[in-house]
Design a protein around this ligand. Structure first.
Ligand SMILES: CC(=O)SCCNC(=O)CCNC(=O)[C@H](O)C(C)(C)COP(=O)(O)OP(=O)(O)OC[C@H]1O[C@@H](n2cnc3c(N)ncnc32)[C@H](O)[C@@H]1OP(=O)(O)O
Ligand SMILES: O=C([O-])CC(=O)C(=O)O
Ligand SMILES: [Mg+2]
Length: 291
């Protein structure tokens, strides 16, 4: 864990006013979208606009991704070529279904890097898993290239492909979301949960974000600025959690010095997994500057 990816705020590349404002909301990452948020007739102009603007805005440390169109569409390859030449170093690949999809993007990136004197391997990939086939292949996707830094789940396309409605209870998503988390963890990459489309339903959004944290996601995609601060609150360890973790780590150190194994802190057993979890919380808090 060395980069915070709690929030990925989507912003349509066809909306210059919105994309100038995105850093104001301080998401950990911004995803400029050239795919589904952009009308077919606007694809070329949105790409041009984004490439023009990307270097003139101060994103002050926010990680920038661009969601390109899939490589099987007439826009995908040009999207990748132009945004990488404009300086983008993170691509979100939508509708990713197999390791071959990643390999195709990897070959294209290698070619673009060579042609433009860009360090080989410097462009990273986030694979969006949003079909049943993608879910079934999520581990091979996550391990298909050293460039893959994260995999994300997309519930809107997933439910479309499954032929069901997306419900607020999200029972139709539970297996797939957990599978994406397990594949990401097994591959040591980040797992990013899906967007919540009902921007007026904050209660539903918060419930889903809390569940995302509970089942192991590293963060959640957002579509509206109001969602960003809620995800940060949920995914940031609280002061109490950090204090409790420090207490556990200190007690474990003392026990080790005394040659003791398992101990108890505040009536709860503390052994190796508990200590490791406490260390993870403290390290996360360090990244998030809670300490
Ligand atoms: C299934 C998928 O593929 S999801 C991914 C693709 N979808 C997207 O990228 C959509 C991203 N989100 C949006 O485009 C917008 O939030 C919308 C269209 C849904 C709603 O936008 P609005 O009607 O403007 O919402 P609202 O009035 O609440 O916005 C409040 C302010 O936040 C800004 N804002 C809203 N969403 C965003 C965003 N994603 N990024 C930056 N700014 C935003 C608005 O411009 C507005 O700014 P202002 O007060 O200066 O005028
Ligand atoms: O990746 C996401 O969360 C958004 C998306 O494309 C989908 O849900 O189909
Ligand atoms: Mg989608």
């Amino acid at each position: 864990m060395n980069k915070l990816r709690r929030t990925m705020l989507f912003c349509p590349a066809s909306e210059p006013k919105m994309f100038i404002n995105t850093p104001v909301y301080k998401p950990d990452c911004i995803i400029f979208d050239l795919e589904d948020a952009v009308a077919l007739s606007e694809k070329d102009s949105a790409r041009d606009l984004l490439c023009e603007a990307i270097n003139s805005i101060d994103y002050s440390g926010i990680e920038i991704f661009v969601r390109v169109n899939p490589l099987y569409t007439p826009f995908g390859e040009t999207d990748v070529r132009e945004v990488v030449k404009a300086g983008v170093r993170n691509i979100r690949l939508p509708m990713c279904e197999s390791k071959e999809d990643v390999k195709k993007l990897e070959e294209l990136l290698e070619q673009i890097e060579k042609e433009n004197n860009i360090e080989l391997g410097s462009v990273k990939i986030q694979c969006a898993i949003e079909t049943p086939k993608g879910v079934m292949n999520s581990y091979e996707i996550a391990t298909s290239s050293l460039r893959v830094v994260a995999i994300s789940f997309g519930a809107e396309d997933f439910t479309r492909e499954l032929g069901v409605d997306r419900t607020k209870e999200a029972t139709e998503l539970s297996f797939a979301r957990s599978q994406v988390v397990l594949s990401a963890k097994a591959a040591s990459v980040d797992a990013i949960d899906t967007v919540w489309a009902d921007i007026k339903d904050m209660e539903g959004f918060i419930k889903e974000a809390q569940n995302a944290k509970t089942i192991g996601f590293s963060g959640k995609s957002c579509i509206h600025p109001a969602q960003v601060k809620e995800v940060h609150r949920i995914f940031t360890p609280s002061k109490e959690e950090v204090e409790k973790s420090i207490q556990i780590i200190d007690a474990a150190k003392e026990a080790e010095e005394k040659g003791l194994g398992v101990i108890q802190v505040n009536g709860k057993m503390v052994d190796v997994p508990v200590i490791k979890k406490a260390e993870r919380i403290v390290s996360l808090a360090g990244l998030e500057k809670v300490l």
